[in-house]
Ligand binder design. Structure first.
Ligand SMILES: Cc1ncc(C[n+]2csc(CCOP(=O)(O)OP(=O)(O)O)c2C)c(N)n1
Ligand SMILES: [Mg+2]
Length: 904
């Protein structure tokens, strides 16, 4: 039926006689009765019947709306619930104590140190969701294996701290130093930061969207490790707790389809749908839960809605009219928020009051009782049932949409638009809080907002300890298992292993990218580290020449390759396999970074020394996923980010949006990231060798960013003794061609070749002798110099120390001309120690699509530009004649009136 026919049909129905209408109503009732009987006998057959009808409707051209949402009720009907296994009484007391201490911690700290911040209302909406998990689901161990991974909603941290306090893991002084991390006594960090609390937090989550995204890829990486036989299969789950406002982040929802595609039934999201974010309602004019239900169900997730508490069950059961549900579905979230910000009388008038039947339904309820009707996310029985079904669900991930109240129980602060920012309670507020939650706390302490922990052997604390013991211990907890247990043969390769890459290409022209890919293939074949290597690509495998690796180690595909690849008979065919080693992520740099995070932290999460190499377009790295790189560092992640097609002038043709001349600046902002910009394959090999050793043998909690270029040129062998300088970031590559140098030239990446050419031009054409230095890491050189400088500053009475760069350069002669395929600020980082000697050439400005020759001329980083800069500087120093320099500029073809590329 097309739309017009449907309209006509509707019209016909409208004019239909009452008798015909009644007949049809009776027919519908018969169908429903028949359906009820089928479901009663076998619920699965009900689903089958519906499927069959839906199919038939399709065949007959009957259009029905896609059913991605279900009625605004709990997904699990009352009849299907199992009884709550815990001691509700004791759990309620424990939860009340946690609520109190969490609130007291933020409250008292803000009284003492106004403006220090913290959040009360998020945890207050989430407490029961977490407590049911802590008491019944979150396992700290599976036999000898690590337990569940929990991504806590970042700003609910006060509740997690308060629980640890009651468990006896923190003493009171620790809580008193919430958000005071720089005091004599250790404090508590504002949010989950493994960098700051390395024995406690596992996952940084407070930059919203990153937690859920990382949780999805964590669950996926767990399966990868299992399928590759690197860890045991367990029932371990990844729990992602997130806010409803947080789902607005594209990162939160952007990768959910992966969960269903890879059937990640080890993944459970719990969305704390308190209907509010920071400024106001999340979806004041519609319902966030419906929206999320549609999105997740559409993406293939198992969706469990936990909307209404048990006290609504009776009302639903008594309402034969269906009006209760109808009324709920008439309300938008703005209404639901108002109902909770106001009282029971308001609810009676404005919610139930719309229909006389509903008013009748609640006539025996006092206003107080109406005001106290629970939302599902505050009802342990409802939550327990949802968690149980989620944990038992197979074949895909589950999302629990739990409806809660922001600032639950905070009296006049509950469900207000300003609730999120509430930091303190008034004296009356404190008293009301104690009363509301029946908190067993002495009156004096209540008035002061003081912490309260009952006697260690009080029934409630005994209970809480016993529950955690039954589930294998406390959570969260971060520890780093000895690698030897999991990987006894693991042995970082020595430099000898890399001889092929340090001995030059014997005249063959190859790029550093190709050198790296060969090296990666060899590493993957190595007995000691091979299986721990995790190559990650966002659909750029061919760009980097990974075809042979794809064939050799295969692409990870959890259910194998179900088709015959068209290139099956070719040498380098496309191979996917259950135990494939490569993570081919498709076009998602954020997803790839999440994989990198899972792999780069596996040493602590699983005791697995996986070594990720994430290869991507350098332009789509730090500036796109910068926040995730920051979180990676916070997580103490290890591994190698390999920025391919690097360099504003080396990445030819692609123009403005592809040519990267600044990722080195961005990477240098991450404290644990070591940045390298190698010119030659041997430099890259030395950095990789040293990196694996330092991260995986010496235990450095750092990671690497290494640029890779696609320009082919002969790769020289490593000069004797250069390895140390490569790692430190600078070494002398080629002394003056004749006699003593009066100029020093610095180069890095492929621009080092331009610098070497400039050395020859200067000597042959202008009789200027220059030493050439390779600077694979300005960042590392600068960091060392800064550390030495700091020491000197703090120790004025001691003999001054010299930084590495000063040790090398003091005593050399003449100006220093540094040229880079990156922005001038990269070499400029060394200016404090090189003084006015330093002149930098770099690629500031927007890229252009052209070839390398034109790009280097435009950005003034060609050999000719280096020569020009050198002569110009010598003129200023009085060491070269101005008129000769002007002549040289002409000879070199340098356009002195060209537009400044930094502004072009
Ligand atoms: C990327 C990012 N942007 C902004 C913030 C600041 N912020 C912290 S909490 C919050 C509101 C959170 O709302 P919701 O996700 O609904 O969580 P709730 O507190 O309601 O449980 C905001 C905007 C942040 N932490 N991260
Ligand atoms: Mg919210």
């Amino acid at each position: 039926m097309d739309a017009a026919v449907i309209d006509q049909a509707t019209d016909t129905v409208a004019v239909e006689s009452d008798a015909a209408r009644q007949d049809f109503t009776a027919e519908v009732a018969e169908w429903l009765e028949a359906f009820d009987q089928v479901v009663k006998a076998e619920p699965a057959q009900g689903a089958e019947l519906l499927d069959a009808l839906r199919r038939r409707a399709g065949e007959k051209g009957v259009r029905i709306a896609g059913a991605v949402t279900t009625p605004y009720r709990n997904t699990i009907p009352k009849e299907a619930e199992v009884p709550y296994p815990g001691d509700r009484q004791l759990e309620r007391r424990v939860e009340a104590l946690i609520r109190w201490n969490a609130m007291a911690m933020v409250h008292s700290q803000n009284k003492k140190d106004a403006g220090i911040g913290g959040h009360i209302s998020t945890y207050s909406s989430q407490a029961t969701l977490l407590e049911v998990g802590f008491n019944h689901f979150f396992r700290a161990k599976y036999g000898n294996e690590p337990g569940d991974f929990i991504y806590f909603q970042g700003h609910a941290s006060p509740g997690v701290y308060a629980r640890a306090f009651l468990e006896g893991r923190f003493d009171e002084s620790r809580l008193k130093n919430f958000r005071h991390e720089l005091r004599e006594q250790p404090g508590l960090s504002s949010y989950p930061h493994p960098w700051l609390m390395k024995d406690f937090w596992n996952f940084p989550t407070v930059s919203m969207g990153i937690g859920p995204l990382n949780a999805i890829y964590q669950a996926r990486f767990m399966r990868y490790l299992e399928n590759r036989g690197l860890i045991q299969k367990t029932g371990r789950k990844v729990w992602g707790f997130l806010g409803d406002g947080e789902t607005d982040e594209v990162d939160t929802l952007g990768a959910i389809s992966l969960g269903a595609r890879e059937k990640l039934d080890n993944l459970i999201f719990v969305v704390n749908c308190n209907l509010q974010r920071l400024d106001g309602p999340v979806r004041g004019n519609s319902r966030i839960i419906d929206e999320l239900e549609g999105v997740f169900r559409g993406a293939g997730w198992n969706v469990i809605k936990v909307l209404w508490g048990s006290d609504w069950d009776d009302l639903f059961a008594r309402d034969k009219s269906g009006l209760l549900l109808k009324r709920m579905e008439e309300c938008v979230d703005g209404d639901f928020q108002t109902f909770k910000a106001k009282d029971g009388a308001y609810l009676r008038e404005h919610f139930f009051g719309k229909y006389p039947e509903l008013l009748e339904l609640v006539k025996d309820y006092t206003d107080e009782q109406l005001g106290a009707l629970h939302r599902g996310g505050h009802d342990p029985a409802k939550i327990y049932n949802a968690y149980k079904q989620a944990v038992e669900h197979t074949g895909g991930p589950t999302v629990i949409l739990a409806k809660t109240v922001k600032g639950y129980g905070l009296g006049s602060a509950q469900a207000r638009n300003a609730t999120h920012s509430e930091k303190k309670l008034t004296d009356d507020g404190l008293a009301a809080f104690v009363k509301r939650f029946d908190i067993p706390i002495p009156e004096e302490s209540a008035k002061d907002g003081a912490f309260y922990r009952p006697d260690a052997h009080s029934p409630e604390l005994d209970y809480m300890q016993e529950r955690r013991a039954a589930l294998g211990g406390y959570l969260p907890q971060r520890s780093v298992p000895a690698v030897a247990e999991r990987a006894p043969d693991f042995q970082p390769p020595s430099l000898d292993f890399f001889t092929n890459w340090t001995s030059g290409s014997k005249g063959r022209t190859i790029s550093t990218t190709m050198g790296f890919v060969n090296l990666l293939n060899a590493l993957m074949k190595d007995k000691a580290v091979g299986k721990w290597i995790v190559p990650i690509v966002p659909d750029e495998g061919r760009t980097f020449g990974l075809e042979s690796s794809i064939k050799q180690v295969g692409i990870y595909a959890p259910f194998g390759q179900k088709y015959v690849p068209h290139d099956k008979d070719m040498l380098l065919s496309y191979r996917e396999d259950v135990d494939g080693q490569i993570l081919e992520e498709g076009i998602t740099e954020a997803g790839s970074m999440a994989s990198f995070t899972a792999a780069g932290t596996a040493y602590s999460n699983y005791g697995v020394p996986s070594i990720p190499f994430y290869m991507y377009y350098s332009m789509f790295g730090f500036q796109r996923i910068g926040d995730m790189a920051w979180a990676f560092a916070d997580s103490r992640g290890k591994g190698f980010l390999m920025g391919g097609t690097a360099g504003r002038t080396t990445m030819l043709g692609e123009g403005l949006q592809h040519q990267d001349g600044h990722s080195l600046v961005l990477s240098s902002t991450v404290p644990t990231c070591r940045t390298y910009d190698p010119a030659f394959v041997y430099e890259l090999a030395v950095v990789v060798q040293d990196g694996i050793k330092r991260m995986y043998e010496d235990g450095d909690e750092a990671f690497y960013y290494i640029t890779m270029y696609n320009e082919d040129y002969p790769q020289p062998p490593m000069p004797e003794g250069a390895a140390e300088g490569i790692v430190k970031g600078i070494y002398k590559l080629k002394p003056a061609l004749e006699g003593e140098a009066t100029v020093q030239l610095f180069g890095s990446g492929p621009i080092l070749n331009e610098v070497l050419r400039a050395q020859t031009l200067l000597a042959e054409k202008y009789k200027v002798q220059a030493d050439v230095w390779s600077v694979p890491s300005y960042t590392e050189v600068r960091r060392e110099a800064l550390a030495v400088e700091r020491w000197n500053r703090l120790h004025p009475a001691e003999a001054e120390k010299k930084s590495y760069v000063q040790t090398l350069l003091d005593g050399t002669k003449g100006p220093i001309i540094a040229a880079s395929d990156y922005m001038k600020s990269v070499p400029d980082g060394l200016a404090p120690w090189l003084g006015t000697r330093l002149v930098t050439l770099g690629t500031d400005g927007f890229g252009r699509s052209d070839n390398r020759e034109h790009l280097r001329r435009h950005f003034e980083v060609s050999a000719e530009a280096v020569v020009g800069a050198t002569l110009s500087r010598l003129v200023r120093d009085g060491a070269f004649k101005a008129k000769d320099a002007v002549k040289a500029f002409r000879e070199l073809g340098l356009d002195v009136e060209a537009k400044d590329p930094a502004r072009a």
